[in-house]
Ligand binder design. Structure first.
Ligand code: SF4
Length: 570
């Protein structure tokens, strides 16, 4: 039996030593060979794909809950942070990296009794398997478990190819992990408890059950002692939003779990369920005070699946934030139907100047019949108009390439989006997440044309009677160029300063983006920023000269060459 009691010199008894591990969110191949539409970062050894790494809220909550209710010592290793911090990347595989880091003195001397691998999204699937394999070799006496969206939905696939896991957690992990820690015979427990999935149980066709905490206040404030907050500052999701107040000290936060809606592309319910559960207003106020007082936070980044579930509650939270002089950002979007004028004015009153809007489609038919999304286009028009009047920038998220969508639907979307004066558009490619209705449809109708496990909103794998994956890839990129650059609403309206901000942000994450240089140069020309104009113009000319890819797009959109006009600039 494994060691689960350790006496220390103080006489204090530590029941468990838990090592949480977060796998890289991208595959090794896409990290070392970024695609044309990936953001990149340069290290001494070359160019790599950018990894967006946010505060691992699930693990931070889990750790806080376990520390409150049991004797545990916790360490966390987030390989996304490890990769982002490496000055040079010399490994031939991620497995080599995992082995190198996990075999270091820090972890070997820790002697974890439980290793918990947290895997939320499918692109981390193979990394999760490799980490478990390395852990099995290095820590043969540890119990190896995994939790999150991937183990909850892909347990059959995992146990088919891996012998490294002792058990996988079904849904949220707080209660199942606590029960596991508090039990004497862990093997007996994982084999009897319906929130734990084992190989044996799958073979005997046992069913699994969520074990949710209904009153979220039972979970203490995040255990921030297991991370370095600054590690997440520059890599957070804010860095991918051109409009966000990236430089402001922000922190991820959740006030609820669950979502009542049934969007076909979403898998959130498989982990958090469809019933809403909340933190109390008193608790939220205390946490926000703490964030401000103890961590100097000014910007709260809300990741609730359905923040707008209760309007009155939202107004109360906004009021608290106003009193504490905190501002907010909602990267996961807010339900558009709840964003009436009164709500938008309340959000504006706490300094919210930009909103991500998950519009997803510009076709009422697709929203209703394909996505099952609680939205129609008249609401979209009204919200964007209100935002424009209130001085709130809008970042509109769109998804194309879903089963059931047609080329005509995508053209309808394009036409509709061109009528919106949104600040920025984010054109994503439909990704069949494990646990989503969309994946079920794709499997049933044989629509998967590639490995859906590695796809990540940028690489299409769905092909139907109506379109091929290649068509969707091309269409998504062309839409991005058309809506954000050629038809950029701020550029067309003469708001060159604001338009320039978006173009320069694109240059920051993708420094070979010819359209970004071209339109940034045109903004600088109008703003009479001579030096920058020349710099951007020269960059654009160099890229165009060297790249057939960009020359094609310049031809496609019929863009005029830039001419240096000194009289105009003087
Ligand atoms: S996409 Fe958002 S609104 Fe739709 S089901 Fe998922 S969490 Fe709910």
């Amino acid at each position: 039996m494994r060691v689960n009691t350790i006496s220390t010199c103080t006489g204090f008894v530590i029941m468990e030593k838990i090592l949480f591990v977060i796998p890289p969110y991208v595959s090794f191949d896409s990290f070392v060979n970024p695609a044309f539409n990936d953001g990149t970062t340069t290290k001494k050894s070359g160019k790599y794909r950018n990894i967006v790494a946010d505060f691992p809220m699930g693990v931070l909550s889990l750790s806080a809950y376990l520390k409150k209710n049991a004797n545990v010592e916790v360490k966390l290793i987030d390989f996304n942070i490890v990769l982002n911090k490496l000055e040079s990347f010399e490994y031939k595989s991620f497995s080599e990296l995992f082995n190198d880091i996990l075999s270091s003195k820090k972890y070997v001397e820790f002697v974890p009794t439980i290793i918990g691998i947290s895997t939320l999204f499918t692109p981390a699937y193979y990394n999760m398997l490799d980490i478990a394999k390395v852990c099995k070799k290095l820590f043969s006496n540890s119990l190896i478990v995994a939790g999150g969206g991937v183990p909850t939905n892909m347990y059959r696939e995992i146990f088919k190819v891996s012998k490294s896991f002792d058990a996988l957690c079904f849904g949220e992990g707080e209660k199942p992990m606590l029960d596991l820690i508090q039990t004497k015979n862990k093997y007996l427990h994982i084999n009897n408890n319906p929130s734990w999935i084992t190989y044996k149980k799958i073979r005997t066709k046992k069913s699994f059950r969520h074990n949710f905490i209904i009153d979220l206040d039972e979970i203490p404030f995040f255990d921030l002692d297991i991370i370095k907050i600054d590690d997440y500052r520059l890599t957070s999701v804010l860095s991918t939003f051109p409009l966000a107040k990236e430089r402001m000290k922000g922190m991820s936060f959740m006030t609820s779990r669950g979502c009542v809606h049934r969007c076909c592309f979403c898998a959130s319910h498989s982990v958090h369920g469809r019933q809403m559960r909340f933190h109390s207003i008193v608790r939220i106020e205390n946490d926000l005070r703490k964030l401000k007082r103890d961590y100097g936070i000014k910007l709260v980044v809300f990741f609730d699946d359905h923040f707008m579930a209760n309007r009155e509650r939202v107004f109360k939270i906004v009021n608290i934030m106003k009193n504490l002089q905190l501002t907010a950002f909602f990267p996961a979007s807010l339900t558009l139907y709840a964003l009436d004028r009164k709500m938008l004015e309340a959000l504006k009153s706490i300094g919210l100047n930009e909103l991500v809007l998950s519009v997803e489609s510009g076709s009422d038919k697709v929203l209703r019949e394909v996505m099952h999304k609680p939205l129609n286009l008249s609401i979209v028009k009204r919200v964007i108009k209100d935002c424009q009047e209130l001085g709130i920038d809008t970042d509109v998220a769109i998804l194309i390439g879903l089963p059931g969508e047609t080329k005509k639907d995508i053209e309808d979307t394009r036409s509709f989006l061109k009528t919106l004066n949104a600040t920025w558009f984010r054109i994503n490619i439909a990704t069949p997440l494990a646990g989503s209705e969309m994946l079920e449809i794709c499997l049933r109708k044989n629509y998967l044309k590639g490995d859906y496990i590695s796809c990540d909103f940028k690489r299409p794998v769905i092909g139907t009677e109506d379109f091929t994956p290649e068509y969707i890839q091309e269409k998504a990129y062309a839409l991005n160029l058309e809506l954000n650059f050629v038809e950029n609403s701020d550029f067309k309206l003469g708001n060159y300063k604001k338009a320039l901000r978006g173009f320069e942000n694109t240059i920051r994450v993708k420094n070979d983006h010819a359209f970004a240089y071209y339109f940034a140069a045109r903004c600088c020309k109008s703003l009479k920023q001579n030096k920058k104009y020349m710099e951007y113009k020269n960059n654009y000319k160099k890229i165009i000269k060297d790249s057939e890819f960009w020359r094609n797009y310049f031809r496609q959109f019929n863009l005029e060459p830039l001419r240096y006009d000194l009289t105009y600039l003087n």
